[in-house]
Design a protein around this ligand. Structure first.
Ligand code: LLP
Length: 421
């Protein structure tokens, strides 16, 4: 459920008409709903209320400071995967002991930064990384909590580009090798082994792959404990999918996910961490765009929008579907026609949808991409020297620009000329 609903014939973000935001801030623009962000965070928090837990929002999904602060104030921890994300978490006021540091290639600078600023744990992804963390922590005279990310070789049944739990993926340590790696971790100075980490992929629409992976984590927990390791924390990653279409898709709910975790792992008495990104931010954001032209092609009509693949890359990159709806509510009986919905960027890949059935929308009218809050703004670029688009946060009947659109001068002035020019 989200808070982008039609009211009095037009689309609202909470209590603000979307058209009012577009008029004030211009288009294209990302619009987020505070109530939806908080609702989704709390659903996870409640789903794990059966035991000690921390919901660490995977900020890679949407990392604007205002979004982070909203969630942090509600109690969320953060999952970060770079020095930049770590700095963002700290800037949003998240204490170090609520920041989990994930990621396949943490650099020595990033490791040092997190050790200096404080970190809840590193999720170790390889043996060389483990040795680097040990070395740096030791040189700083500290001991840091760590888990090892295991790769359970489970098919997450999602898009190949976002599946991470198969043995051919670059992530984690093969679960069969885990005991050896834990033995080394326990022997290394500067590391305090606290648990196990796993993340098998994103946009999972079934619970079964989670169950398979978590069963393997349960077995590993017992085996490691038998060898004398203190396994007190399980980081179960993110990945729970969201409905991208209103009609037929119904991924499992956070409450069902929480029950599954309790069933598979509850008996181990561990503190549970999860790292959801998409489910918290995805349906909490829309991308609002204006129709520049309606062009009649050979046997097809193109809806040319002012948003493009650089603003929302997911359709081009993952063949992802986003519902695209007119901001003015169509009449229930309105006739629909197929449109190719495209942006102005000079690539055929700049296509959001082909043959999408839509009620008629004309030049200058507004449309909204639903479910664009996660992996939208964070993956945008300035390709074609299109300015990064603004972000707006709504709370009840208020809205605020949380990232302004840069001017062309600001964009150009980031370049500098060498002495010979
Ligand atoms: N934890 C780890 C270690 C991850 O790698 C990810 C996502 C998450 C948590 C959060 O997963 P979520 O709950 O959001 O599914 N750009 C792609 C998605 C990439 C996901 C990468 N890792 C997309 O637009 O679909």
């Amino acid at each position: 459920m989200d808070h982008f609903l039609y009211r009095d014939g037009q689309l609202f973000a909470e209590d603000v008409p979307v058209a009012e935001i577009a008029a004030a801030v211009g288009t294209p623009v990302y619009v987020y709903s505070t109530a939806t962000l908080l609702r989704h965070y709390r659903l996870f928090d409640e789903a794990l209320a059966w035991g000690p837990h921390l919901v660490c929002y995977a900020m890679k999904a949407a990392s604007n400071q205002a979004i982070l602060k909203t969630l942090a104030e509600a109690g969320a921890g953060m999952d970060v995967v770079s020095g930049g994300e770590y700095a963002r978490a700290k800037a949003a006021g998240v204490p170090g002991d609520k920041i989990v540091f994930s990621g396949v290639g943490k650099t020595r600078e990033e490791i040092r930064m997190a050790l200096e600023g404080g970190v809840r744990q590193f999720n170790i992804e390889s043996e060389p990384e483990m040795r680097a963390i040990s070395e740096i922590a030791t040189s700083m005279g500290v001991e840091v909590p760590v888990t090892v990310r295991v790769n359970p070789d489970v098919d997450a049944k999602t898009h190949a580009k976002i599946a991470t739990g198969k043995s051919e993926n670059k992530f984690g340590i093969p679960i069969a090798k885990a005991r050896g790696v834990y033995a080394e971790a326990a022997a290394l100075p500067g590391l305090k082994v606290v648990g196990i980490d796993v993340h098998i992929g994103s946009q999972l629409t079934e619970l079964e792959p989670f169950a398979l992976a978590y069963r393997k984590v349960a077995e590993l927990t017992q085996a490691l404990r038998a060898e004398g390791h203190e396994i007190v924390r399980l980081d179960l990653g993110g990945g729970l999918g969201i409905p991208y279409t209103r009609s037929n898709e119904a991924p499992p709910l956070p409450v069902e996910y929480g029950q599954l975790i309790e069933r598979e792992l509850g008996h181990l008495g561990c503190e549970i961490e999860i790292e959801p990104g998409r489910l918290i931010a995805g349906n909490a954001g829309i991308l609002v765009s204006r129709v520049i032209y309606v062009k009649e092609g050979e046997g097809r009509n193109f809806l040319i929008l002012d948003a493009a693949m650089n603003d929302l890359i997911r359709p081009a990159m993952y063949e992802a579907h986003h519902d695209i709806v007119p901001v003015v509510e169509p009449q229930p009986a309105a006739e629909q026609a197929p449109y190719d919905i495209v942006g102005p960027v000079c690539e055929s890949g700049d296509t959001f949808a082909k043959g999408r059935m839509m009620p008629a929308v004309g030049e200058g009218e507004l449309v909204a991409f639903r479910s664009a809050g996660a992996y939208g703004a964070v993956m945008s670029s300035e390709y074609n020297t299109r300015a990064l688009i603004p972000e707006v946060l709504v709370k009840d009947d208020q809205f605020a620009v949380i990232r302004a659109r840069p001017s062309f001068d600001e964009i150009i002035n980031r370049d500098s000329l060498p002495a010979w020019l």
